[in-house]
Design a binder for this molecule. Structure first.
Ligand SMILES: [Zn+2]
Ligand SMILES: [Zn+2]
Length: 222
């Protein structure tokens, strides 16, 4: 991240347990979510048991019937923002490895009951521009088969949308052909959970097409 030489002197290096990818300073910038969280979206803090946003979501008929759980690994702060922007927007693909072990361990701890793993797709335009899909890269650190289930429609500018489209905020995703998601508990991987709108659009589509449950794992909870 900062190009500082990483010390490989120490008992871990001697035992060859693991090679540190970040220096002490950089790794200290990453703060994991520990302790009390909202039981819906994984937001850190004391809630009873849902935060305001999740309570609002639960009014929607779809989420009255289907419980949706998100869990995130890191709190949003300047440190993760810097590392993550370098990875996502400046195309520093190798930096994705920094999160590998954490994602793997977090998955094993939180999501053993899922039956299918997928990720939030990018539109073709965006994928071409960026060269890779950061959510897919993160998903690949999970030691299971990853199924692409969704496509993202190319983005139309707000101004080009009809009034109706703007108001209803139509679903930006569509289901891929030839995927069978019937009765699957699908885990969706994405980089960041902010308002939850993206993940819930994707989850809704999967539920409407036969999935029994959808959960999500995101790297960051903003
Ligand atoms: Zn560093
Ligand atoms: Zn919540």
């Amino acid at each position: 991240m900062c190009h500082e030489k990483v010390s490989t002197i120490g008992w871990k290096a001697v035992l060859m347990v693991e090679e540190p990818l970040l220096c002490f300073q950089c790794s200290r910038e990453l703060v994991k979510i520990n302790g009390a969280i909202c039981q819906g979206c994984g937001r850190p803090g004391e809630f009873e048991p849902l935060c305001k946003d999740c309570l609002r979501w639960s009014m929607d008929p779809c989420w009255k019937e289907n419980e949706m759980i998100n869990r995130s690994i890191y709190q949003y702060n300047e440190g993760i923002k810097t590392i993550f922007n370098q990875f996502k927007f400046r195309g520093d693909f190798e930096l994705g490895k920094v999160f590998s072990k954490e994602i793997r361990e977090f998955f094993i701890k939180e999501f053993t009951s899922v039956s299918m793993i997928s990720f939030i797709p990018l539109s073709e335009e965006r994928l071409y521009e960026r060269g890779f899909n950061q959510a897919e890269i993160l998903a690949k650190h999970i030691p299971r088969k990853i199924e692409p289930t969704l496509l993202k429609k190319n983005e139309t500018k707000q101004s080009k949308k009809t009034r109706q489209e703007r108001l209803t905020g139509d679903n930006p995703f569509q289901l891929r052909l030839n995927v069978n998601i019937t009765a699957q508990h699908i885990l969706l991987i994405d980089d960041i959970y902010t308002t939850g709108t993206t993940i819930r659009h994707a989850a809704k589509l999967l539920l409407e097409n036969g999935a029994s449950k959808v959960s999500s794992l995101t790297l960051i909870r903003s």
